[in-house]
Design a protein around this ligand. Structure first.
Ligand SMILES: [Mn+2]
Length: 200
């Protein structure tokens, strides 16, 4: 099985959103992110760049209802693409953790490509909006990713007052932790589990 070019494309059409997403784990941040929500595109840019992912996202959602459906559904598609690109999860580091500051804010993210979907989110982003992005969607995006990628994802907002900084620190920490977890370990051929599977 070739490990170079671990990639996947997901097309998802519902009554609320139409999404096309392509993810390549051996990337460098290339791709366009067009969700119709400027701040969310900014976060996806950070995720791609710091995660060393090539990521194409075109999302057309029912933004007249707010940004919720679009952000959550992009999360569903990102998680599906991640799981598909990882395949049997052979040879990967499996675990990743990163703490990232941004000015007064600080966020810590830990990941296990466990095969079991779970988000633990400690702390809270202040309510409100950043641009057209509803702040609580930071947590909702990550919950959707954890669910469809079947990963254990812990987020702890350790400090912060400014929602833009807190969300941005969280996306950067997620990117760095994910990059570690999906990295191929030299000489490791097997699924990194004493159970013999990361299938959940
Ligand atoms: Mn910013």
């Amino acid at each position: 099985v070739g490990r170079i070019g671990r990639s996947a494309t997901i097309e998802r059409h519902t009554a609320e959103t139409e999404i096309s997403l392509t993810l390549d784990l051996e990337g460098s941040g290339k791709g366009q992110r067009e969700s119709g929500i400027g701040f969310f595109d900014h976060m996806l840019d950070l995720l791609a760049y710091h995660g060393r992912l090539d990521l194409e996202v075109v999302a057309k959602g029912d933004l007249q209802t707010g940004s919720h459906h679009t952000v959550e559904d992009v999360g569903i598609c990102f998680g599906q693409a991640l799981s598909k690109a990882l395949g049997e999860r052979k040879g990967v580091a499996r675990f990743g953790a990163a703490t990232v500051p941004m000015d007064e804010a600080r966020s810590a993210v830990a990941i296990d490509l466990s095969g079991r979907p779970l988000l633990v989110f400690e702390g809270a982003v202040p309510p409100g909006r950043t641009g057209e992005f509803e702040n609580e969607l930071c947590e909702e995006f990550l919950r959707a990713v954890a669910g469809t990628a079947r990963i254990t994802l812990h987020v702890r907002l350790e400090a912060g007052r400014n929602a833009h900084h807190m969300i941005e620190a969280t996306f950067k920490a997620f990117a760095l932790a994910l990059r570690q977890a999906v990295a191929i370990e030299a000489g490791r051929e097997e699924v990194p589990s004493t159970k013999g599977t990361l299938g959940g």
